[in-house]
Design a protein around this ligand. Structure first.
Ligand code: HEM
Length: 153
């Protein structure tokens, strides 16, 4: 069990890095692809949807591995400080935003590319940028929460 915890921590950090990495800067790519024409935009929108799917899986795994680490900490949920309780809340919010904002946006972008609907494409790119920005901000706050214990919090 003692050697399982560092492995779980490694997986935890790896899936968190994947969630952040796959969702970096989607709107720039989508905008540039849109300027190149509908075929390029369709490829970019499909790629965005795939990356969003990977981010969703990684986001869920952050939650599962984080809960596992809490359960393995001495004292369990009560044993870990409020920073980890706050992280749990934030990652739940991130999963909800992923499910209700970025996931539908990804599908709408692909549909807009297939229908060659310029207004829907522009609106989708804006929503994708907004969703990614909010998620990255929450991710960064959560990362800081992870290290507060090293500063005596
Ligand atoms: C953006 C999301 C997250 C990132 C980037 C992240 C990253 C990290 C990192 C880098 C550590 C190592 C910290 C250290 O060694 O000082 C860590 C530890 C930990 N994380 Fe997260 N984490 C995230 C979300 C969560 C969530 C949502 C939970 C709770 C459900 C959680 C629970 C924990 C626990 C309990 C530890 C401490 C493990 C130990 O006892 O050493 N994490 N996390």
């Amino acid at each position: 069990m003692d050697s399982f915890k560092p492995i779980l921590l490694m997986v935890h950090v790896a899936v968190a890095a994947i969630a952040f990495g796959v969702s970096l800067a989607p709107s720039g790519t989508l905008k540039r692809a849109r300027a190149l024409g509908w075929d390029a935009f369709k490829a970019a929108a499909t790629d965005f949807k795939r990356r969003d799917g990977m981010a969703a899986i990684a986001g869920f795994l952050i939650l599962i591995t984080g809960l596992g680490l809490i359960l393995m900490a001495p004292g369990g949920f009560r044993g870990v400080g409020p920073a980890y309780h706050a992280a749990l809340g934030l990652v739940l919010i991130m999963n909800v935003i992923g499910g209700f904002v970025t996931r539908p946006t990804a599908s709408k972008l692909v549909a807009a590319a297939e229908a060659r609907d310029d207004a829907a494409a522009t609106a989708g790119i804006k929503r994708a940028a907004m969703g990614a920005g909010i998620l990255q901000l929450l991710w960064t706050v959560t990362l800081v929460l992870m290290f507060l214990h090293r500063f005596g919090q």
